[in-house]
Design a protein around this ligand. Sequence first.
Ligand SMILES: Nc1ncnc2c1ncn2[C@@H]1O[C@H](COP(=O)(O)OP(=O)(O)O)[C@@H](O)[C@H]1O
Ligand SMILES: [Mg+2]
Length: 308
Amino acid sequence: MTAALEINEIHKSFGTQKVLDGFSLRVETGEILGLLGPNGCGKSTVLNIICKLLLPDAGQISLMGQPLNQMNDKDRSLIGFCTQRSALYPDLYPAENLHFFGRIHGLSDKECQHRVGELMRTFSLNTFANTRVGQLSGGSQQRLHLAVALIHQPSLLVLDEPTAAVDVEARMDLWRLIEDLRDRGTTILLTSHHLAEAERLCNKVALMRNGKVVANGSVADLLLRMPGQAVAKVQSEDHQTITQRAMLRGWTVRQHAGHIKLFLPENLSLRDIIEALDGAKLTSLSVQPVNLDDAYLELTGEDEMMIT
Ligand SMILES: Nc1ncnc2c1ncn2[C@@H]1O[C@H](COP(=O)(O)OP(=O)(O)O)[C@@H](O)[C@H]1O
Ligand SMILES: [Mg+2]
């Protein structure tokens, strides 16, 4: 089946700084894919290239099976882009912003009026109908920003860190809106450095490091690739004894931010772990099932590896 978006081996440097180095990714129709990586790793650069705001140095991109570099402005309207920095006009009212962007995307006045009414309702913006956008809270502005990206009913919605700049309450609210879009079959590519956000919203995640995707799949797929089902986090002055005892049990050991992580084959109790570490001095110990944070550190190689 034709992918909604297919990116093959993109390269991009800014001066001597290589930001994308053979970046490839496929987004299927109807899925919501989260591109994850730390600040500065190149997520926005990827999105800006997809949305033709930047040109890649090399590589191919196709949108709904059509090469991006052969598309005209009208075809580009297949994408709705919610950039990291708001593109809204602060002096205009919410409906005026929606109308303005609708016209930019080539909608007629009548089509605009219809869509604006629809989006003002779906995104609960009518309460703010008489407030200029600059006076709205960050969360409400972001809600409007999302609506603006959807004004022309794009085939692919691209969201750059949609909840990065809002408070916790607004984040929950935006998550619900994005979940609604997902449940209605909207194809979405979003970036995040918030792993819990991706775990909640995305069917698939792609982990980025050194300018490329190093692992991708559903969260469940990525967790299956972990060397255990649970992780014990241990603090101790005696790393050596702990490492030795854990190795005797066949557990995978990693060093992370001053503590030791032990990947366990099953979800053992604290008592079982203390017994297995037999006599090693512990300052603290906790155990929990593996989650996307562990998968991220493991699959991007961010943890200092002790034993593989
Ligand atoms: N237009 C640009 N000119 C020069 N450097 C840039 C430009 N855009 C991004 N960069 C650099 O590229 C790197 C990746 O940036 P970005 O794609 O914004 O990362 P992310 O979105 O993952 O935080 C950063 O080091 C950033 O400073
Ligand atoms: Mg960014």
